[in-house]
Design a binder for this molecule. Structure first.
Ligand code: ADP
Ligand code: ASP
Ligand code: MG
Length: 406
């Protein structure tokens, strides 16, 4: 019989009935004789609610205390799921990340897993228990509680599948798999049967929240196939796997949308060597990830530089840059939170030309102005006005003929 890691997301355990539903699914596998390690997220929107609550206390919470707070959500769900399994006469035991030895570095709120000691899990599996592990959390070497970044239960599941050399890693969520775009946004989005790690990583890191991007990085690195499927049906979902030849035949695999970025513009930036280096080094030192960058060619000695950062970091970016305004000599700084990024992704782009042109034409046809552009080997992203975001996704999904409509 096989060892299966199953992860159930927040919506799958949003209330008591849903927890019971998850328990009966887990119990069915248990009765078939499989060994099960079950990772769960916090109930429903608990994590968002905790973030909101902290925001009512302070605009600038300590990241250590934030992890102390957010890690509580998952501790509730593991205990409730264990109780639901006990009701079904199924042996089960719940653990926090610390208890099962999920060791991370100490970067609070976005910690990286450095090691998982599997002794305790293996011992309980041997004793015929379903092992339930709190997702999204671990502890650093100095015994501090850390979290793995939003959506981090996916990473807990993939890392456990690797550490335990599991036979399967299943991610259960509230949709039937990975779709050509967010099925809540575009009704005729199509379920994808198989997608490569690389494409999934690009989709995830450009806004498709269905999988956390770091979990895909780890899965790709160790070649761990992931089955993403619904916790409300028995249907096959989507397999995230190593790329194969046939995948290149599809030009565009999917369209993603991110509304979580802001555009910052520095005006009157002196046009001399070292200034851009200083600006972006300052942001890097503040732990702020910069995505797209545009530098206008100025006719004079000054230029403008625009770039995007996660919206939650925009204010810290402004504060950090104000401190070097004098030294670098830029004249103004402004931020625009009303932007969105739409991206098209597909490994077929490597061998086909003209995708960028087609994307720009589709957006133009729908009178959507492009503010910034960036490309990678298998992705093209455009920044547009936030009010145009959904229209842009639908237009691209239609224009690249991704819909399930025949
Ligand atoms: P969970 O609580 O199970 O972790 P998430 O809310 O993190 O679930 O992710 C599932 C959601 O991701 C779906 O409800 C869907 O709206 C959204 N989503 C965005 N892009 C996609 C996509 N390409 N395919 C499937 N779902 C997507
Ligand atoms: N509960 C955490 C979050 O909402 C982790 C997860 O759901 O994967 O980000
Ligand atoms: Mg998630």
């Amino acid at each position: 019989m096989s060892l299966i890691v199953q992860k159930f997301g927040g919506s799958s355990v949003a209330n008591a009935d849903r927890i019971k539903n998850v328990a009966s699914r887990v119990a069915r596998y248990y009765e078939e004789g499989h060994s099960l390690v079950v990772v769960v997220s916090a109930l429903g929107d608990t994590t968002d609610e905790l973030v909101d609550l902290s925001g009512q206390i302070t605009k600038n919470p300590s990241r250590r205390e934030m992890d102390m707070l957010l890690s509580t959500g998952e501790q509730i769900s593991v205990a409730l799921l264990a109780m639901a399994l006990h009701e079904l006469k199924c042996g089960a035991i719940s653990f926090t990340g610390a208890q099962v030895g999920i060791r991370t570095d100490s970067s609070f709120t976005k910690a990286r897993i450095v090691d998982i000691s599997t002794d305790r899990i293996r011992k309980e599996l041997k004793a015929n228990k379903v092992v339930i592990v709190a997702g999204f959390q671990g502890t650093s070497s100095d015994h501090e509680i850390t979290t793995l970044g939003r959506g981090g239960s996916d990473l807990t599941a993939v890392a456990l599948a690797k550490a335990l050399d599991a036979d399967a890693c299943e991610i259960y969520t509230d949709v039937e798999g990975i779709y050509t775009t967010d099925p809540r946004l575009v009704k005729d989005a199509r379920k994808i049967a198989r997608i490569s790690y690389e494409e999934m990583l690009e989709l995830a890191s450009s806004g498709a929240q269905v999988m956390q991007s770091r979990s895909i990085e780890v899965a790709g690195k160790f070649d761990i196939p992931i089955h993403v499927r619904s916790s409300f049906s028995l249907n096959q979902g989507t397999w995230i796997v190593k790329e194969d030849k046939s995948m290149e035949d599809v030009l565009i695999r999917g369209v993603s949308l991110s509304k979580n970025e802001a555009k910052l513009t520095l005006s009157g930036v002196p046009n001399r060597p070292g200034v851009a280096a200083k600006i972006f080094k300052t942001l890097a030192d503040a732990g702020i990830n910069v995505d797209m960058i545009i530098q206008n060619i100025g006719k004079s000695t000054d230029t403008d530089i625009s770039f995007t950062v996660p919206r939650s970091d925009a204010e810290s970016a402004v504060q950090a840059l104000k401190k070097i305004a004098h030294e670098t000599g830029f004249k103004g700084i402004s931020q625009d939170p009303n932007i969105a990024k739409v991206s098209v992704v597909g490994i077929g782009m490597r061998s086909h030309t003209g995708v960028a042109a087609a994307m720009f034409e589709i957006l133009a046809k729908h009178k959507i102005n492009i503010e910034m552009i960036s490309t990678s080997e298998i992705k093209i992203s455009c920044v547009v006005k936030k009010k145009d975001a959904e229209k842009a996704v639908k237009a691209l999904h239609d224009g690249f003929k991704l819909s399930g409509k025949k």
